[in-house]
Design a protein around this ligand. Structure first.
Ligand code: TPP
Ligand code: MG
Length: 629
């Protein structure tokens, strides 16, 4: 078949789908025949379209021109959108953010080798935070005619598949006829109802153009796997309820898996006289202002969150996987005698000892557990218990601790040679502003992220996105690209440090190109402050976390046509004014703020927990084994 004839056939198919109003419609009306002569790469794109994947973020290479050609034709018919960007990690972050904020699916398309490896690195974010993203990664040729340029230079078979399989689920389309099952495995992963993740579809360079003669389009799968229901009973609810009502000090650790269980959680907290400690992934699942919300806990933590963890005699873990920062490297609950663990994943549910595990959906399981509790104790929750009183007192201390810092927003900084805003003050001003203006906030890694988790006062889910799973520098700024990709546009604020921004400054160009609407708030402390702080806390001295190069970030941003840049100044008033100017600009902007770094206690919010790193290891591990939870 002539190349141009193939292009014409693809075009006719694309137009038939567009005219019919969708893949299913075209198939059902016969506009698109059930059996077609196609190629593997077209079948992949048709399969993804059928699953509702319409956004393709790409840095194409010699290994993906065939996929690129299919994307060109289908984009021409208005069925999908290809966005070429300047870094695969940025592409991965933007695809992840799009799914996380809006639920819309996206695929990252790369070249073989370096591009694919960048994307694989970036996919640590959806793998850690449980977000479904497609990766179409070219792979070495299957006929092994000799090493391909950019393949992993080893004589093993499938090294890319091995690497990708270590990160998540992967499939190599070595055999074109397996396309249906490959897409089914991807669908089950990317649309997993409880813990989605990245899926790596490896496309050998020589199979991409392979003909699929008389291919039956019904082989392309649709339909996401259904969610689990409530955990099975077998007496577990009765045992859990009994333990909960016997306990005096219940703490509930709420992770990403409890995202849809807010109302059930509120009732549960009353029924068990418990307090909640929230993962940053679910900030707002119950309102910040709720009296039983002890906010964040863990290595960075908060006064009240860590108090509740430290004192509790019973832990209820819901949809959480116990990352070191969240449970102080397994030393977070020294007095806990009993755990009730609600999770859909067996490994996570059985993580701690002394556990009653309820394996099922968080909301449905909590509803049944609440029923059991109501039956046993009725609904009267008489007054404020000693536990709630003690926790509330700590929450008041935490609020005062923070307020003192907000009352002193500026400190003299040696490096800047003048008084500048502190990070806590700048982030408080920015997140209050974002809430008032219905702006979606993303936090980049570092002190920015840690302070962000401690500061935000989310009244509902969806206001802030703190990528705390992988804590990937450059995520927040790259996430702004999602504002230009979403079918329902939103305005984003990416709060970032000088270190994180310079990891992915591509957003300045790609954001303009693809119509991003948002603001980069760059907090410049002239260093990778989070690491300096850790070194100082552990060894008393900084090493290799700063440089002496002054950067004109405003000039940099303004050098790109289409980006507006504003000086956030050195006071709360100037910062707020700059944010308002940024928001008034219909596009991508940058607000630059020099911030304090130094030993002054009002310059940061402090850390309240333990961590199994650096020279804290010996003590932390000893405690972990003493607790033996
Ligand atoms: C890609 C990546 N590399 C390294 C790290 C380790 N790390 C975490 S925070 C941080 C420094 C962040 O510096 P900056 O963005 O300036 O924020 P600051 O802490 O100064 O507020 C580093 C190096 C990381 N999280 N991600
Ligand atoms: Mg910094």
């Amino acid at each position: 078949m002539q190349e141009s004839e193939l292009a014409r056939q693809r075009q006719r198919r694309a137009e038939a789908i567009a005219e019919a109003g969708g893949f299913e419609e075209a198939l059902n009306s016969g506009a698109l025949p059930r059996r077609i002569d196609t190629t593997l790469s077209e079948a992949v794109i048709l399969g993804l379209l059928r699953q509702g994947v319409r956004t393709f973020l790409c840095v194409l290479g010699h290994g993906s021109t065939e996929i690129g050609e299919v994307l060109r034709i289908y984009e021409g018919a208005g069925l999908l959108r290809t966005c070429n960007v300047r870094h695969e990690i940025e592409a991965s972050h933007a695809a992840t953010a799009l799914r996380w904020v809006t639920g819309e699916k996206a695929a990252v398309v790369t070249s073989i080798g370096p591009g694919a490896l960048h994307a694989l690195a970036g996919s640590l974010v959806p793998a850690s935070d449980g977000i479904g993203v497609w990766y179409l990664l070219p792979d070495e040729t299957t006929q092994d005619e000799g090493p391909n340029m950019q393949q992993i230079p080893s004589m093993e078979q499938h090294p890319f598949l091995h690497m990708c399989s270590a990160m998540g689920r992967a499939y190599c389309l070595h055999t074109p006829e397996a396309v249906g099952i490959a897409l089914r495995r991807g669908l089950n992963t990317v649309d997993h109802p409880h813990r989605a993740g990245p899926f790596y579809l490896l496309l050998p360079m020589n199979t991409q153009p392979s003909p699929l003669k008389n291919f039956n389009l019904d082989e392309l799968p649709v339909g996401a796997p259904p969610p689990l229901g409530a955990a099975a009973d077998e007496g577990a609810y009765a045992r859990a309820a009994e333990a909960l009502l016997d306990a005096e000090r219940v703490v509930v650790k709420v992770g990403g898996g409890a995202r849809k269980a807010g109302p059930e959680l509120l009732e549960f907290l009353e029924l068990v006289d418990g307090v909640a400690v929230l993962s940053p992934l679910v900030s707002g699942v119950i309102p910040y202002s709720h009296p039983r919300n002890m906010t964040i806990g863990g290595t960075k933590g908060s006064i009240c969150g860590n108090y509740a963890m430290e004192q509790a005699d019973l832990l209820v873990a819901i949809g959480t996987r116990f990352v070191c920062q969240s449970d102080c490297s397994r030393t977070g609950y020294p007095r806990v005698k009993q755990v009730v663990n609600i999770n859909t994943d067996v490994e996570a549910a059985m993580h701690y000892n002394r556990t009653i595990a309820l394996i099922g959906d968080a909301a449905a399981t909590l509803r049944r557990l609440n029923e059991e509790l109501r039956r046993r104790r009725g609904t009267d929750t008489s007054g404020e218990s000693p536990w709630l009183k003690a926790c509330s007192e700590q929450r008041r201390r935490w609020e005062e601790h923070k307020a003192e810092r907000y009352r002193n927003p500026c400190l003299y900084d040696e490096r800047w040679g003048e008084k500048v805003l502190t990070q806590p003050a700048a982030i408080k001003i920015a997140t209050d502003w974002a809430r008032a203006n219905d702006v979606v906030t993303f936090f980049d890694a570092g002190d920015v992220q840690a302070n962000g988790m401690q500061i935000v006062e989310d009244d509902r889910l969806g206001r802030t996105f703190n990528e705390s799973g992988a804590s990937y520098m450059g995520f927040a700024v790259s996430a702004l690209l999602a504002t230009g990709l979403a079918s329902k546009p939103f305005y984003g604020l990416a709060i970032t440090g000088d270190g994180s921004f310079t990891m992915n400054p591509q957003i300045l160009i790609d954001g303009v190109q693809h119509g991003a609407r948002g603001c980069i708030l760059l907090l410049d402390n002239r260093r990778m402050g989070a690491i300096t702080a850790l070194q100082e806390a552990q060894y008393g001295v900084e090493h290799a976390t700063k440089d002496d190069v002054g950067v004109d970030y405003i000039g940099w941003a303004r050098s790109i046509r289409g980006v507006a840049a504003f000086d956030g100044g050195r006071s709360p008033e100037t910062l707020e004014a700059a944010l308002n100017q940024a928001k008034a600009y219909e596009g991508l902007s940058l607000v630059y703020v020099p911030v304090y770094y130094g030993p002054h206690p009002l310059g940061g919010l402090g850390a309240f927990g333990r961590w199994n790193v650096g020279n804290w290891v010996e003590e932390t591990q000893a405690l972990r084994h003493k607790i033996a939870l």
